[in-house]
Design a protein around this ligand. Sequence first.
Ligand SMILES: O=C(O)CCC(=O)C(=O)O
Ligand SMILES: [Fe+2]
Length: 272
Amino acid sequence: MMTPYEKWHFDLMGYIVLPGAVPKEDIARMRQLALEWAAKPDEQLTAPLASYGKPAFDVTKTRPIMHVEYVDPVFQRALLNKEIMRVVLTLTDNCPQVLLSSLQVYPAGGGPGPLHNGAAGGIQNPANQYQAADGRVFATFINVGICVTDSLRGEGFVAVPGSHKSNFACPEGITVDSPAPLVIAPDIHAGDVVIFTELLRHGGRNWMNKDEPRIVLYTRYCTSYASWSVGYRAMGEHASKLPPELAELMEPAGFQHRKKVVTRLLEELKAK
Ligand SMILES: O=C(O)CCC(=O)C(=O)O
Ligand SMILES: [Fe+2]
């Protein structure tokens, strides 16, 4: 379960970083596959791998490769990673669902991604809500970024800390390149995991390191009953390629339902 420090940080800032939560061997394998796949057009990739939005093949632009969890066990392990699930279970009050994953490859000079999301006051959308009370933190839509590349030069992922609780829209003049403390780029080492509520205002700075593209596996988790992508579940014709626990984790379910995978994880986390 999340520690008191993690809850405090998540509540204050809208994100936490789990240092070294994914083993080095798995990070190396993800990097190898990401570089291999990003060098090929979609037609040459194993089904059901596909680029988000089917962009034209252009190695100078960000490449978002989806459905990686159907193709290699390293991504299946990543989506069920116990350290990540420890946090996802706390945030969803033990009712998680896995939504889409995207293995993102950001080449040098690929350009910035715009700041997006952020609370702006008013009635909250239950599909992307953040609450804290009674010693608990709760979010219905969570983004988990497994970082495959070091990012220590103020590039890559950025966030506007606290913007998940803002009561006003973020002024347009504040961009991904605005300086700290309004916009911050946390220091990231390969194997670290960034977990944030999708309500947080966030984005990506232009990647400048010509020696190494930035690679992140982003996976969205939601509550199994209040979902941004209602009806999303494992792809019928490919579902048998998934471990049964992962297929179950992808299923929508009522808040009264306790998934078997959750019972197993809670027992293991308690025994630790
Ligand atoms: O790391 C980044 O560049 C931000 C990615 C992002 O905004 C997202 O996956 O929703
Ligand atoms: Fe985003």
